[in-house]
Ligand binder design. Structure first.
Ligand code: ACO
Length: 332
């Protein structure tokens, strides 16, 4: 049995925040940010807007392109680390889309690797579980968890959502044909947004601590240099393994589509894999690092602009907090 990508869509908030705007709230400059990261603008959710609103818009566009009715979706995977509800936001999106076919909907939490994990999960559910139309949505609003006084992190992130519809097909049309997935909890300390419980209670869990106080999460804590090194080390290896699992070689890659974290990471991975710069999809200048949304957002732009053409092979790889990373070789 095969599965293919039949639609994509994306959505970003209206508010654009430039590097110059950021230089008014933290000690930084357009030059520092663009040289070190390649980022020039990012979009930020404001007011009562929520991540789920963006996710619904992206999913609707993917369904429209695929010409699939919301009622025919039998599985909805929301890849996010910033759900609007701690219990998960996927069922709310299912309801907002008006999926009346009684689909299963749940969240996948794997930070910037979330979308690749979701895509591979969709392929496994289709191949092993008999599902036919799976919506995979990558959506995050990290702006809600950024410390806007920390110039080391607040310059990097933006909010967005992207979605693809993965559909069951004959095996000869298969569009998700090799993958490689990993995690390393030892590396957690390099990038996290942990629960504050322990610091707040301060004692050793004795009965005095009962009843517990309501908890919250810290802002994003990151060791940029370690994350940078980690990405440059694991991503080329992971893509090589995914290619091998797909029975392909580097020369089969039409496009390299990495999680959009930093232009220097994209360049370093492409150099290691000997993939020319004009085969690397990059839109982080406009949106920054949008976590689980970055890959489907960049894919959607590349498909709608005609850059990525039907039948082309894309090596995609996500990496980030957890630590987690994973690659998939897909055909558009
Ligand atoms: N503006 C001006 N100066 C700054 C800024 C800023 N925004 N941020 C840091 N600096 C300063 C530092 O204070 C430091 O000053 P010092 O030398 O006086 O101490 C100097 O610039 C160098 O700082 P570094 O942190 O060493 O800079 P580096 O070259 O490593 O670049 C960056 C930092 C851009 C964060 C880089 O390490 C990076 O991109 N890492 C990867 C991060 C990433 O992709 N994270 C997301 C992962 S995905 C996920 O799961 C969320």
């Amino acid at each position: 049995k095969g599965c293919k990508l039949v639609g994509c869509g994306s959505a970003v908030p209206k508010l654009e925040v430039s590097n110059d705007d950021l230089s008014k709230i933290v000690d930084t400059s357009d030059e520092w940010i663009s040289v070190r990261t390649g980022i020039r603008n990012r979009r930020v959710i404001t007011g009562k807007d929520k991540m789920t609103g963006l996710a619904v818009e992206a999913a609707q566009k993917a369904l429209e392109m695929a010409e699939v009715d919301a009622d025919d979706v039998d599985l909805l995977l929301l890849c996010t680390s910033t759900p609007d509800d701690l219990f998960g936001s996927a069922p709310q999106i299912q309801a907002a889309l008006g999926c009346k076919g009684n689909p299963l909907a749940f969240d996948i939490t794997a930070a910037c690797s979330g979308f690749v994990l979701g895509l591979v999960s969709a392929s496994c559910y289709i191949r092993g579980g008999g599902f036919k139309n799976v919506l995979v949505i990558g959506a995050d609003a990290l702006s809600r968890y950024v410390d806007w006084t920390d110039r080391g992190t607040c310059i990097l992130f933006g909010d967005a959502a992207g979605a693809v519809l993965v559909q069951a097909c004959e095996s000869e049309d298969d569009g998700v044909f090799g993958f490689d997935l990993h995690s390393d909890g030892e590396g957690y300390r390099h990038l996290h947004t942990g629960i504050k419980a322990n610091e707040e209670f301060g004692t050793n869990g004795s009965v005095v601590d009962f009843p517990p106080k309501r908890s919250s999460y810290s802002s994003i804590q990151m060791n940029g240099k370690e994350v940078f090194r980690f990405a440059c080390r694991v991503v080329p290896q992971s893509i090589e393994i995914a290619l091998e699992n797909a029975g392909l070689t580097r020369s089969s890659i039409d496009w390299l589509l990495l999680h959009q974290a930093n232009q220097r990471i994209l360049d370093a991975v492409a150099t290691r894999l000997e993939i020319p710069a004009d085969r690397v999809i990059s839109n982080l200048a406009n949106y920054g690092n949008t976590s689980a949304a970055s890959i489907p957002l960049a894919l959607d732009e590349a498909v709608r602009s005609g850059k990525v053409k039907p039948g082309q092979t894309i090596a995609t790889s996500g990496f980030g907090a957890g630590l987690t990373w994973g690659s998939a070789i897909i055909r558009w």
